[in-house]
Design a protein. Structure first.
Length: 133
């Protein structure tokens, strides 16, 4: 069992390791040298990201293919996405099947989540907007 001092040293080492790898543009998962999905203090590649953890190999390959494009765009509005900042990319997936659907901007990913991925609710919202003009 580790002593308190050993736990503190390990935590400091882990933080320094993550910062060093993040600055180098590498995944901060121990020993991984892949390119991360986006910036921050915890940066992970497609293989180690919490967002893609439950994806099948086929879906992980689709994510990597989409991320390899020169310009990333939201699949709904077409706005250019970045790995950091206000228009940060989001990896959209079906919560029931865990299938990858595409890259979205934060607003549209949040909107789909608010509608619980329900087509019926989205159609009701469209009807509401059309009738309120």
């Amino acid at each position: 069992m580790r002593t308190e001092a050993q736990k503190i040293r390990k935590a400091i080492y882990n933080k320094q390791y993550r910062i060093k790898h993040a600055k180098l543009g590498l995944c901060t998962y121990g020993g991984c040298l892949n390119t991360p999905l986006w910036g921050g203090s915890y940066v992970y590649c497609v293989e180690h990201s919490r967002a893609t953890k439950k994806f099948s190999k086929k879906d992980k390959l689709r994510v990597e293919k989409d991320l390899s494009k020169k310009f990333l765009k939201c699949r709904i509005c077409g706005r250019r996405l970045y790995r950091t900042g206000s228009t940060r990319l989001n990896i959209d997936h079906c919560h029931k099947t865990n299938k990858y659907r595409g890259l979205l901007c934060n607003e549209h990913n949040t909107a789909l989540g608010s509608f619980r991925d329900s087509v019926a609710l989205l159609l009701k919202a469209i009807t509401y907007l059309r009738n309120s003009k």
